[in-house]
Design a protein around this ligand. Structure first.
Ligand code: F6R
Length: 610
């Protein structure tokens, strides 16, 4: 939450910072601001609302300089007003911050008692004052930031600039993400990799408790205690165009249509079709490790939690292991029984979600082995895990997750099959057949997207005025119902609920009337017969049924008001096909309603608060 970006070099930095903020805007978009050092002084321009408001403000008050910092905000402390927008300035110092300073009230009281006055309600302004106090004790900026951070508790990624040191930025991190980009005669920092991709692919992912001094010709890393750190420079293989819309109206639509490619990339080199096995990826698990697993616990939030629910089915069916799925935020709220013998799989697109990170740390602290499934290379969760598997979806910019969901599901399918085979629960024949089916996935997904796009757009128009929408599914289709409902809620603001189809008669069936579209996910699998009964029950109450079913299922065709078909495939693959029209449905409803599809209200892409 909140995006930060910084530049030091020989170029005019305002366009670079604005461009970086545009790529980070999905992290928060309540307000934005820049602080630019023009060699003599620091000027700040801030504006409430999206970045275009900041651009308008810059037209009125242009800034110029070769060192600067920029911020896009998702408000935590203090409402989204201009005074609360970052950068925050105290004396000679300007600061941008992503995270939460937990002891800010105590520090503020102390600073106020010492005669300092505050302009904003934010926790961040504390940091500016603390650094400025240190500077006034003749520290240089690096020492001053180090001194200030000794007093601060909480989560932060910060970038600081001082009037006294025109060509220098000091950055530091604890819990919130920060990446440094290495250029020629210029260096950058940002909250994540896509912000810097147009400028460099050579990056350093800062670790917790580290800080760095960025100058035009070099970057120096140290710990907060002052010990120097040898940087580990990574070469990032994402290309800048992956973070562009490429002619699509919204990133979300582009990302929906990217899914066949994202799945192809995620499976690449990991399916051994010759031997009918999962290969080229070990998940940090040897054969002996796999044999020793007693239980699997899947941890995640939001959409990733829905992927985890599908993962549970896979683990039980293919690996023959007991598996539980946990909302990371709830897992942390208990004293969970977890320990050695448990494989804990933490699933997170960003790899930075604080609840998932903390839950995984809790499990690791109790002796469990942690495996991370993440999309962002070098992010916090894979870094703390014992093993990792990266989905290769590329940068996901739309706030509503689509391609990262399906690649997570594919990763979980590979994981379950890998463990199942190594535990000798899954026969070579079944695994061989599954590998062949997985290899067909990109092609099947392309067919679904092309074949259903127009139909789904028409349905979205037809049911546009519905105030409530129900999504039903059983077995592997239950998480798909939940995910379909979440997508619709978050981008179109239409009330939607996902239910296990069998639970309808225990209460929610009371919601159904002729005004309520009911999307029933009923592919041809072992749950089909029972789901058909639930479909009939909903129809008998006057619900308008839209069924997502397997091609050629005429019985569904006769019962449903509208039918969306997906090709026949191994039932384990069905979630990867049935979710596609539901993503499209949410997209078209939102687009027709004219909501901000890529940046829906109140949300942010990476949730680094609890
Ligand atoms: C919804 C969505 C969120 C995320 C959740 C977890 O479309 O994207 O529900 O799935 O915030 O994020 P990650 O996967 O980054 O941990």
């Amino acid at each position: 939450m909140c995006g930060i970006v910084g530049y030091v070099g020989g170029a005019e930095c305002v366009p670079i910072l604005i461009d970086g903020l545009k790529r980070l805007e999905y992290r928060g978009y309540d307000s934005a601001g820049l602080a630019i050092h023009d060699g003599q002084k620091i000027d700040v321009v801030r504006a409430v609302g999206k970045l275009r408001e900041l651009e308008r403000a810059l037209e009125q008050r242009p800034l110029s300089g070769q060192t600067g910092i920029g911020h896009t905000r998702w408000a935590t402390h203090g409402s989204p007003t201009e005074v609360n927008a970052h950068p925050h300035v105290a004396g000679d110092v300007a600061v941008i911050h992503n995270g939460i300073i937990e002891n800010h009230l105590a520090l503020r009281a102390e600073l106020e008692a010492g005669g300092r006055s505050f302009a904003s309600d934010t926790d961040t302004e504390i940091i500016a004052h603390l650094v400025d106090e240190e500077l006034r004790r003749d520290a240089d900026l690096e020492q001053a930031v180090r001194g200030a951070l000794r007093r601060v508790q909480g989560a932060y990624a910060i970038a600081v600039t001082s009037v006294r040191e025109p060509a220098r930025l000091v950055v530091a991190k604890s819990a919130s993400p920060l990446v440094i980009g290495l250029g020629e005669g210029e260096n950058f920092c940002g909250s994540d990799i896509p912000a810097l991709l147009p400028y460099t692919r050579r990056m350093i992912v800062l670790e917790d408790g580290q800080m760095a001094v960025l100058e035009r010709d070099g970057v120096r890393l140290s710990t907060l205690d002052g010990a120097s750190v040898e940087p580990q420079v990574r070469s990032i293989d994402w290309s800048p165009v992956m973070a562009e819309k490429e002619g699509y109206k919204h990133f979300m639509l582009k990302e929906i249509f990217e899914q066949p490619r994202a799945i192809e990339d995620t499976l690449r080199g990991r399916l051994d079709r010759e031997h009918g096995d999962i290969a080229g990826v070990e998940f940090g698990l040897t054969q002996a490790d796999a044999a020793a697993i007693e239980r699997v616990v899947l941890l995640a939030c939001g959409t990733s939690h829905h992927a985890a629910m599908i993962g549970r089915y896979y683990i039980e069916e293919l690996a023959g292991l007991g598996a539980s799925v946990e909302l990371a935020s709830e897992f942390r709220g208990r004293d969970p029984v977890v320990g050695s013998g448990d494989l804990v799989v933490a699933i997170s697109q960003s790899g930075e979600t604080l609840d998932t990170l903390m839950a995984a740390r809790l499990a690791k602290g109790k002796g469990a082995r942690v495996l991370a499934i993440a999309n962002v290379m070098g992010s916090a969760i894979p870094r703390m895990a014992d093993g990792e598997l990266y989905t290769r979806a590329g940068p996901e910019i739309g706030v509503a997750s689509t391609k990262c969901f399906t690649t997570q599901v594919a990763a979980l399918l590979m994981l379950a099959a890998y463990i199942g085979r190594r535990r000798q629960v899954l026969s070579p024949e079944r695994l061989g057949a599954l590998v062949e089916e997985m290899a067909r996935l990109p092609h099947l997904m392309r067919d679904v997207l092309q074949g259903t796009r127009q139909l789904v757009a028409n349905l979205a128009r037809r049911y546009l005025t519905a105030r409530d929408v129900l999504f039903l599914g059983r077995g592997l289709s239950f998480p798909i119902a939940l995910e379909g409902a979440l997508k619709l809620k978050e981008i179109s603001y239409v009330h939607a609920e996902g239910y296990a189809a069998g639970e309808m008669k225990h209460g929610p069936i009371a919601l159904i009337d002729s005004e309520v579209p009911v999307l029933v996910v009923v592919p041809d699998d072992s749950c089909r017969e029972r789901s058909m009964s639930n479909l009939q029950e909903a129809k008998a109450r006057g619900g308008r049924i839209i069924a997502v079913s397997t091609e050629g299922d005429d019985e569904v065709g006769r019962l449903a008001d509208d039918r969306i078909e997906v090709p026949a495939a191994d039932p384990l693959l069905s979630p990867l096909l049935t979710i596609l029209p539901l993503q499209l449905y949410a997209y078209y409803v939102a687009d027709l309603k004219g909501t901000d599809v890529d940046q829906p209200r109140n949300l942010a892409k990476t949730v680094t608060v609890e």
